[in-house]
Design a protein. Structure first.
Length: 393
């Protein structure tokens, strides 16, 4: 199957337009990384606390932000998480708001910030732990148990927690719901109203990464990217000529710069999955570039007396149909992932969407012109072009 047959597009003749396009997006990304949003590292790399909160109603993001500010939390990032019907939000607390000595501080401060109408002397049952509920029942002893009180109240507390988290999704709307909960004694359930109240939210999960771990992950991510570029340079230098490797590495660096710049401009966090996507794109872009370079090398042998720019144009046109088919199908797949994959895969799929578009473009518009420019420079210096036959006089 071919989309294009016998095309004769002068790609190299448009190289200055391509250069202008790349410069605009590269400079915009660099400007954002240096002066605007900087590199928006996710919690994986900078450390901090992620708190997943579920509400009993549609969350009011303005009210949540206001409550965070009032509690002294000036830097949290708040975003919707999961399906809209789940009423869940993700609160990203910056590392400087978390103590290394007490990594639960971030979670507790968020709970305190959201509990703006907590009755004095009562605990929030929607955010109470198993041990807190069990200790309350032991102290209250509503069932008047004897020596086995610890075991039986432990079972009662576990039943309350299971009903709250597994049946009600982490948020109870009324204490009366517990009276019909499996394994919960109605008398024990009724006694909870004396020591507990119900907030309109429940903390579903907490993820904490210390700043030292984040720093190590940043270093490892940078090294992984550097090693992949060096490996590519060595392989292409051995497989073709070293200039092919340099052109491919410059091209991939261009792709990575624009992709990271796009994340900075949109202030989208760069997480571990985004780094995985970028490493995937390095391989994808390199594969596209190798296909074009391989055809150029074949045509150099067949078209010895023609100009390199004509050979490169012919090679790009010959591989254009294959490039469009491969990139187009891959792009449709990752676009579907971006649209339907949800918040968890949003950063990963966004990096793939941007990277596939830029990677396909750069194989044609960046890598090939670099190769031609180098060969023209060698000719100007009176040297033999790399990989080219010497023309007969």
């Amino acid at each position: 199957m071919e989309f294009f047959r016998n095309t004769n597009i002068d790609f190299l003749g448009k190289k200055w337009y391509f250069l202008a396009f790349s410069l605009v997006f590269s400079v915009a990304g660099l400007f954002s990384m240096l002066f605007y949003n900087h590199i928006p590292w996710g919690v994986d790399f900078r450390g901090g606390t992620l708190v997943y909160v579920r509400f009993s109603h549609a969350p009011d993001y303005g009210a949540i932000t206001s409550e965070m500010d009032h509690a002294g939390l000036k830097t949290p990032k708040i975003q919707r998480y999961g399906l809209i019907s789940n009423n869940e939000v993700l609160i990203d607390l910056d590392v400087r708001e978390s103590s290394e000595q007490d990594l639960s501080q971030g979670k507790n401060r968020i709970i305190q910030a959201l509990e703006t109408k907590a009755p004095a002397g009562k605990e929030d049952l929607n955010n109470a732990s198993f041990l807190k509920i069990k200790q309350y029942l032991l102290d209250k002893d509503p069932l008047h148990l004897g020596t086995d009180a610890d075991q039986k109240y432990g079972a009662q507390a576990q039943a309350v927690v299971d009903y709250r988290d597994k049946v009600q999704g982490g948020v109870l709307n009324s204490l009366d719901q517990l009276k019909s909960a499996a394994g919960v004694d109605p008398t024990a359930a009724a006694s909870l109203s004396d020591g507990f109240f119900l907030s309109d939210f429940g903390v579903r999960n907490v993820e904490i990464i210390g700043p030292q771990v984040g720093s190590q992950l940043r270093t490892q991510a940078g090294l992984a990217t550097l090693y992949s570029l060096l490996g590519m340079l060595v392989y292409l230098g051995f497989r073709f000529e070293w200039i092919y490797g340099v052109a491919a590495v410059v091209t991939v660096f261009h792709d990575t710069l624009i992709t990271v710049g796009a994340f900075s401009i949109t202030n989208t966090p760069i997480t571990l999955t985004v780094i995985a996507a970028i490493l995937t794109l390095i391989g994808y872009s390199n594969n596209d570039t190798i296909v074009v370079f391989d055809r150029i090398r074949e045509n150099i042998k067949l078209m010895r007396r023609e100009k390199l720019s004509d050979i490169v144009n012919r090679s790009i046109n010959q591989t254009l149909s294959r490039t469009i088919l491969t990139a187009g199908l891959t792009f449709l797949t990752v676009l579907a992932l971006f649209i339907f994959g949800g918040e968890v895969l949003r950063g990963f799929s966004l990096a793939l969407v941007i990277g596939i578009l830029i990677g396909t473009y750069s194989s044609i518009a960046i890598a090939a012109p670099i190769l031609v420019a180098y060969q023209d420079w060698r000719i100007e210096k009176g040297k033999r072009p790399v990989g080219m036959a010497v023309k007969a006089k």
